[in-house]
Design a protein around this ligand. Structure first.
Ligand code: GLC
Length: 513
């Protein structure tokens, strides 16, 4: 792979707890991931990004990190993680891990020390009384009181105390953590809540000093060969967003503007143009993201009357036409994969899984649910364990498959209806979502990725562009079928009708030579 493998990479996001269960305890783990590496190789991805795999009380699905230099025992051991990195590399797959610098866990050594010794509290935000009226992003106050009367800040769950980035020890700690994992062969880090680290008395989002942190991290990454920094930066202002991607800061950042778009030609075209206009001048490759562990799955989103994404679960449970959503999700996948830059695939997206919206309240685990007093269902519905095989839950998720005594149930229940969506059922079905992703990723590797695009003239309900290789991508978001430009159809997200491209369908064409 080239020096700049990441500029055009297809990156598969593994939510470890729900990917594959190797030991049958109902939770995904490294053993399960390692045994499914051939599946990922066959899918045709370039890199894996893993959500946090560190020891954690799981107050927020592992984003409450108790020890940044070890592995959660439910997931495996550090030695297994090292073997996983080697095995992925042998298959030509890069490994990206999650680093969580905004906050820690109440079970971390530093926080426990702070609780025991008031003189050791400067690594966090402690005060005699709440310093402001900030609300936690999950609901409720962002301040929690400890037994001796002081309060600490947590922008998320009380189990996630925020670090004080005015303290040099915090800087040193994270530079060491980066080196710890780079020394173990990790190829990149995804930086959680990357814009929130620095706090003033009145604000915490996107303060200028945060860029000093990433300039320093870039120096650390550059001590190694080809290691990358990816920011989770949710900012509506794209000019501010692009500042994180200056040449001496992060390599890439998730494109949430694109993810949040409605299935609407004008909105998508606006987002694509804006993305290219903000990235091109600084030489940073765009990223294209449709899904992740925090957002409603596209199959469900695109079947609703309002197809945009917004935080807060506002659209949860509103009617959705899953067949329509499925068709659009296929079209959207080909659109995203054809755009210049890198693309993310969130586990289960390649199986066309819908959001599970009818989870019983008692199984919900996301702190958003409890902290919002049940008004926000949270994100469990996009984190359901994957269906691998068989006709009934747990669909090969774990060795306890089936109903026998001792069969551990997956940590979140899977719907019976997923029998049609297992990887096994889709493998031999040429028209399946899985085979669409496999074919698309293979063509993408050859003909797409990093580079530029040229828009082609089209009707206003159609997005049509050509890439450097000559591949043309046409998406029809209108109600009526449209003619395609001249060329050989290499792949389409649905069947053409009398040679025309139907509604909610994308086609890739090669120029006729
Ligand atoms: C990021 C993660 C999300 C987590 C939050 C707090 O947004 O993607 O899952 O809850 O940060 O760490």
């Amino acid at each position: 792979m080239s020096q700049t493998w990441w500029r055009g990479a297809a990156i598969y996001q593994v939510y470890l707890r729900s990917f594959a269960d190797g030991n049958g305890d109902g939770a995904g783990d490294l053993a399960g991931l390692r045994s499914h590496l051939p599946y990922l190789k066959d899918l045709g991805i370039d890199a894996i990004w893993l959500n946090p795999w560190y020891p954690s009380p799981m107050a927020d699905g592992g984003y409450d990190v108790a020890d940044y230099r070890d592995i959660e025992p439910v997931f495996g051991t550090l030695a297994e993680a090292e073997r996983f990195i080697e095995e992925a590399h042998e298959l030509g797959i890069k490994v990206i891990i999650d680093v969580v610098p905004n906050h820690s866990s109440t079970e971390s050594a530093w926080f426990k020390e702070a609780l025991a010794n008031p003189a050791a509290r400067d690594r966090f935000w402690f005060a005699d009384e709440p310093l402001n009226d900030w609300q936690s992003i999950f609901g409720g106050s962002a301040w929690t009181q400890v037994p001796d009367g002081q309060w600490y800040l947590h922008l998320f769950d009380p189990g996630q105390p925020d670090f004080n980035w005015n303290n040099p020890e915090v800087h040193q700690e994270f530079e060491d953590v980066l080196r710890f994992w780079f020394d173990r062969g990790v190829d990149g880090v995804r930086i959680d809540s990357a814009a929130l680290l620095i706090k003033s008395d009145t604000a915490y989002e996107d303060l200028d000093e945060v860029h000093d942190v990433y300039r320093r991290w870039r120096e650390v990454a550059d001590e190694y060969d080809e290691r990358i920094l990816i920011g989770e930066v949710w900012l509506p202002d794209q000019e501010r967003f692009a500042r994180y991607l200056r040449p001496d800061e992060l390599h890439t950042a998730f494109n949430f503007d694109f993810l949040s778009c409605a299935w609407d030609p004008a909105d998508l075209r606006r987002s694509i143009d804006l993305t290219l206009a903000t990235h091109t001048p600084i030489g940073a490759p765009p990223t294209w993201v449709l899904a992740n562990h925090d957002v409603t799955r596209p199959v469900t989103r695109y079947g609703r009357a309002d197809t945009s994404f917004a935080h807060g679960g506002a659209l949860h449970g509103t009617p959705t036409d899953l067949e329509l959503g499925y068709r659009r999700a296929r079209a959207a996948a080909l659109l995203a994969m054809a755009l210049p830059g890198s693309v993310y695939v969130y586990q289960g997206e390649e199986l066309g899984l819908p959001e599970v919206e009818d989870l019983p309240d008692e199984v919900r685990q996301d702190p958003m649910y409890a902290r919002s007093g049940g008004t926000n269902p949270g994100r469990d519905g996009c984190r359901i364990p994957l269906p691998w095989s068989g006709d009934e839950p747990p669909f090969g998720f774990g060795t306890g498959a089936g109903t026998g005594a001792g069969a551990a149930r997956p940590w979140l229940p899977q719907p019976e209806s997923w029998r049609k969506l297992t990887a096994e059922a889709q493998r031999t079905d040429l028209g399946s979502m899985l085979n669409l992703y496999r074919t698309a990723l293979s063509l993408r590797r050859e003909l797409l990725g990093d580079g530029t695009l040229t828009w082609l003239p089209s009707g206003e309900k159609v997005l049509a562009f050509t890439r450097d290789s000559g591949l043309t991508c046409v998406t029809n978001l209108g109600a009526e079928p449209v003619p395609l430009p001249a060329g050989e159809v290499l792949l389409a997200s649905g069947p053409l009708v009398d040679g025309l491209l139907p509604s909610d369908t994308t086609a890739w064409l090669a120029q006729r030579s």
